[in-house]
Write a protein that binds this ligand. Structure first.
Ligand SMILES: C[S@@+](CC[C@H](N)C(=O)[O-])C[C@H]1O[C@@H](n2cnc3c(N)ncnc32)[C@H](O)[C@@H]1O
Length: 202
């Protein structure tokens, strides 16, 4: 999706009640992926980068841990919600472009519910890799391939197509888990399944 279309999509009135949407869609990826990262980090203090943070739910478990979190998103509308949470810094930008953060700085990055909207995922993986310290983790959800993706207007992926991109971006796969991602609530409850990957910067 083009940046302008992403901004328009998340400016729709329906997203003003984001919590209600994620409840209806039975979306738990923000928690499950964060747990993968927290278990791998085993650290009292960590610097986290939330890519496509939206209203900020994807960082809620990091805040509980007292981690310092920087959030990045294209949508000013959703960032207004995120401003009420404990982010150390919020940046409005496209994550497929060079990130306005320090390089080799973060212990982990998270990207949940975002791959659906990216036209060039490799660019975003490379940006995440640049921002991470060596040995840092990236937790990312990949929506598994469905036939109706055009109808819904999102990108979905085969694992065999996406896994080589992780390697190209400088990551190795540490873990992967598959679970219910979300229901497309207005489209006959079409189910999107997720594979969440825990990747390590090599
Ligand atoms: C479904 S929301 C997920 C929000 C959050 N990560 C979560 O798990 O609750 C998708 C978010 O990705 C953001 N997004 C999509 N493409 C982006 C891009 N190229 N650059 C920055 N943010 C992007 C959207 O603006 C939106 O906030």
């Amino acid at each position: 999706m083009k940046p302008g279309d992403i901004k328009k999509e998340f400016a729709r009135p329906i997203y003003r009640n984001y919590k209600k949407i994620i409840k209806q869609a039975r979306y738990t990826a923000h928690l499950r992926t964060a747990r993968l990262i927290i278990n791998a980090l085993k650290k009292k203090q960590a610097k986290i980068l939330d890519l496509g943070c939206g209203p900020g739910d994807s960082s809620s478990l990091f805040f509980e841990k007292g981690y310092r979190v920087t959030g990045i998103d294209l949508s000013q509308d959703l960032l207004k919600h995120a401003k009420k949470l404990s982010f150390q810094k919020l940046i409005c930008q496209d994550i497929e472009k060079p990130l306005k953060v320090l390089k080799n700085h973060f212990d982990a990055a998270v990207m949940t519910g975002v791959m659906e909207y990216l036209d060039h995922p490799l660019k975003a993986f490379k940006q995440a890799n640049n921002a991470l310290k060596k040995g840092g983790y990236l937790g990312v959800t990949i929506p598994n391939k469905i036939t109706k993706e055009r109808e819904i207007g999102i990108h979905t992926y085969h694992q065999k197509d996406i896994e080589p991109l992780f390697k190209q971006a400088g990551f190795k796969i540490e873990r992967k888990i598959t679970f219910h991602g979300w229901y497309w609530i207005t489209q006959n409850k079409t189910q999107i399944k997720y594979t969440a990957y825990l990747l390590k910067k090599e």
